[in-house]
Design a protein around this ligand. Structure first.
Ligand code: JHZ
Length: 390
């Protein structure tokens, strides 16, 4: 790849590695900088963290923690069964805690999940799960065991895999001739327009534009047939893909490509401007936090997200500015946040009306959180699309 660097987010930890007290001393850090691949238009990190450092038996993120995501996958599964195929043979790549596959037939649904703790969990639920990384060897193995798949689905996983050529070849290998490959990941267009640079962390080596995906898929004999704009995870795209000889394009593909070209996502200068806005966002966030501190306010963060690991480490925000973080995930509670070592507590313990300001670490669930916390007398604040109190 011929990458040109446009953004440096500094020294960063493993974003989903929540630490015990005795682990604080020896934490792993790397430099997070982001580049633009001139050949494909892919926005991608300059250096990738080794996958087993991030995805292992201690992986803490649970996709089913939010009602928004549970409903989101149930809705897509119903749509697919009602409109495309009633009882397809399904493979999910990156099944996490089963939030997607639990909507499907146990006998005809298979999963790949490299984090052993979650592979065990979905195997126990009755879905045969291969505890390994997705590549051509894994694809060959599943092909041998179960044959080709009508639907290959993947949510928030394709953008986690550095080698996209191998990844897409492995998908093509296991798809039936008329099969659909559907995946969803955060959108570059939304990240740039919302200034949500926190979409970038170790687990997200790439942030996808449709322009780049089209280049990468086509060179692996796959073609995009449809693109849907999604509101989840701060703005994502759901991309429908078929083998290239079956890939009749829906209008949405051209519309998305046109939108991205009009914004200039195929130009480095647009990404340089974005990087400048990221630096401005950092200064504004630090300014408002210092103001709260001078006013003796109680400030916490809501949701120990991977995204907030990027923000807190890039802006060097620690317990002097934000006292602690609340999160509903049992695996994160009682631990310390990556890099800046802020304590994580349950909402029952840490979220009440003694809090003056709560930073929305999980800003992508703002609606769900505001509904749930309607009795909160303090205020939420966020950095998207600019630093502001809600
Ligand atoms: P959330 C993860 O990113 C990592 P993160 C991963 N790389 C990815 O791509 C995306 O997910 C999809 C908590 N919470 O989903 C639960 C509350 O405490 O924004 C979660 O820990 N109260 C796989 O970590 C976190 O916030 C609530 O009411 O940035 C949300 O994490 C709600 C709704 C959530 O993803």
């Amino acid at each position: 790849m011929d990458k040109i660097k446009f953004l440096n987010l500094g020294r960063q930890p493993i974003a989903n590695r929540f630490l015990n007290k005795d682990e604080l001393e020896n934490e792993f850090f790397y430099n997070l900088s982001v580049g633009f691949d001139q050949e494909t238009g892919l926005v991608t990190q300059m250096d990738y963290v080794d996958a087993p450092m991030m995805f292992n038996d201690e992986y803490a993120y649970r996709g089913s923690m939010s009602k928004t995501m549970r409903d989101h996958f149930a809705k897509f599964s119903k749509y697919f069964k009602d409109n495309i195929q009633r009882d397809p043979k399904v493979l999910e790549i990156g099944s996490n805690d089963g939030v997607f596959i639990k909507n499907w037939n146990k006998k005809r649904t298979f999963a790949v999940e490299p984090c052993g703790n979650f592979a065990q969990e979905t195997n126990d639920m009755g879905y045969e799960t291969y505890a390994r990384f997705w590549d051509v060897r894994t694809s060959d193995k599943i092909l041998e065991d179960h044959g080709k798949m009508d639907l290959v689905f993947s949510a928030n996983c394709m953008c986690h895999i550095p080698d996209l050529d191998e990844t897409f070849r492995a998908v093509k290998n296991i798809l039936t001739d008329d099969g659909l490959f559907v995946f969803e990941d955060p959108s570059l267009e939304r990240m740039v327009s919302l200034n949500s640079y926190d979409q970038i962390y170790d687990e997200h080596p790439h942030v996808f534009s449709i322009i780049a995906l089209q280049n990468l898929l086509n060179r692996n004999d796959l073609g995009i047939v449809k693109v849907e704009k999604l509101e989840v995870h701060g703005g994502s795209n759901r991309v429908y893909v078929k083998k290239i000889n079956k890939a009749n394009k829906h209008n949405s593909v051209q519309n998305h490509l046109q939108l991205e070209r009009s914004v200039g996502l195929d130009k480095l200068s647009v990404l340089d401007d974005f990087a400048e806005r990221v630096r401005t966002s950092k200064h504004s966030l630090l300014k408002i936090l210092k103001r709260f501190k001078n006013e003796n306010k109680k400030v916490i963060s809501y949701g120990a997200t991977s995204k907030s690991a990027t923000i807190f480490n890039y802006c060097q925000i620690g317990t002097d500015l934000i006292q602690y973080i609340t999160d509903t995930t049992p695996e994160k509670q009682g631990k310390y946040s990556p890099g800046m070592h802020m304590p994580i507590v349950s909402p029952e313990e840490g979220f009440d009306n003694s809090v003056d300001y709560a930073f929305l670490g999980a800003w992508n669930f703002a609606k769900e959180i505001k509904n749930k916390e309607s009795d909160f007398t303090g205020k939420f604040f966020t950095h998207v699309p600019r630093v502001r109190i809600l």
